[in-house]
Design a protein around this ligand. Sequence first.
Ligand code: GLA
Length: 376
Amino acid sequence: MKEQVKQKFAELYGEGAVCYASPGRINLIGEHTDYNGGFVFPGAVDKGIVAAIRLNGTDKVRAYALDLGEEAVFGLREEDKPSQSWACYIFGVCREMQKRGGKLGGFDTVFAGDVPLGAGMSSSAALESTYAFAMNELFDCGVDKFELARVGQSTEHNYCGVNCGIMDQFASVFGKKGNLMRLDCRSMEYEYFPFAPKGYKLVLVDSRVKHALVGSPYNDRRASCERVAKVLGQEFLRGATMEQLDAVKSQISEEDYKRARYVIGEERRVLDVCDALEKGDYETVGKRMYETHWGMSKDYEVSCEELDFLVEVAEQCGVSGSRIMGGGFGGCTINLVKDELYDTFIAKAKSEFNAKYGHEPKIYDVVISDGSRRLE
Ligand code: GLA
């Protein structure tokens, strides 16, 4: 990918570009907990975004999206927001760096990616982190790594309309080969967990469906959580118990109740998984993954028929753990599979899904990799 990006850059804008890269992510468990001040358990993957960049001495950015074959030209003032949605990510990152004191100028750039779009692996965070990291270096902004992750998150909030949490950008910036990370999204403390379960594989099964839902279902979920936290007199749902939730049941809607119930349960599951991982008890890890799935499906209502089907196939094959990954409404399942079941499971998931939905899911073996970096 790096060679293709460099070559296109040379063709369009000349020599002398420097390359940067940032990955997409997986998340073992802890879904929709980040904006509730809870724990997440992500890791960076070996798929991401690569960008070639060179300063151009003007006040304009010329950006070329290799995968789309499209160019956008825009300035760096608030009123210069480009019309192409992909370019808004780069523009947003530049604006957020400026808000943090960065003195940015124009640059030329070409980028490409291999994070499957809509798979729930956070291609957008990979894009944001790439440019946040690069701008910080190239314009010597002196922004620390946490703040770089926040630059990506604020880009989503302020320029892309998604009130996301910090997980994806954190994972993309802080990723470390062979390690998952447990992040406490309230204190922002984090810990690396070497992850190489003996006798198991982590594999993603990508349904290749993405349901376009009316309105903003992600922001709706977040708003429900915030409403319930407010009724409970807390800043976040984090730390609330089921007893506390039941005590306010009559003051909140049935929908908000179910959503909060999912989040409170998920909090517990992440901590259980940490304990289980320390003991090497992968069967418990897997059980919690299934519970997360059905919580996301029935209570949080962010799954869909195709993903429920894939999880059922995993259950029938005796796969240790399986669940929808990421924000929801399509994308892939993450599966913890014993080595000896891997081939049967993959074959069955492909053929049964194909028979029912008319196309095969895509399979990605998870390779846990490094975060944002400059490519030499
Ligand atoms: C999306 C968001 C994250 C997180 C997940 C759900 O990926 O960007 O902040 O909320 O959904 O866990």
